[in-house]
Write a protein that binds this ligand. Structure first.
Ligand SMILES: [Cu+2]
Length: 160
């Protein structure tokens, strides 16, 4: 991958123009946020694609939702054949790139649901980015076994 070298080059470029970089940061956009039906008191998972049109990397540092007691950032790793979720402190969004939150990958974990997530509903969640600040999205609730958002293009597709 060339991301590390590109990051290094961008980092050097930003050092030359301190103060300007932040003002030029167009921020992060979110595509196809969705979740699965889940029961009251249980946990839900949030999935979406984070696009960073900016020239500097950004990081998702936290998230919150009125419907959940707490929202954690999780990764999903294959530990000798056993899939495990674990909290991560941040999710990196590369400059000029994107990161996907999806089943078996990074995701939001909505813990302690105050109400059920019912298919067809939309659940507001506020994402907090290091640079882009707060971005509120609505998770579209799909069926309990869904592998992706309804009506979305194939994985990797873009909404416009
Ligand atoms: Cu999780």
């Amino acid at each position: 991958m060339t991301i590390l070298t590109r990051r290094a080059a961008l980092g050097a470029a930003l050092l030359l123009v301190p103060g300007i970089a932040a003002a030029q940061q167009p921020g992060v956009t979110v595509a196809a946020p969705w979740t699965r039906a889940a029961g009251q008191g249980g946990t839900g998972a949030g999935f979406m694609t984070l696009h960073n049109a900016g020239t500097a990397p950004d990081r998702l540092v936290s998230a919150r939702a009125a419907i959940a007691r707490t929202v954690e950032l999780h990764s999903h790793t294959n530990d000798n054949g056993v899939m495990r979720m674990r909290p991560v402190p941040v999710i990196e969004v590369p400059a000029g790139g994107e990161v996907q939150l999806r089943p078996s990958g990074f995701h939001l974990m909505l813990i302690g649901l105050a109400a059920p997530l019912r298919q067809g509903e939309r659940i507001p969640v506020t994402l907090v980015f290091e640079r882009a600040g707060e971005v509120t999205v609505e998770l579209s609730v799909e069926s309990a076994g869904a592998r992706g958002p309804a009506g979305a293009p194939a994985a990797g597709g873009h909404h416009h």
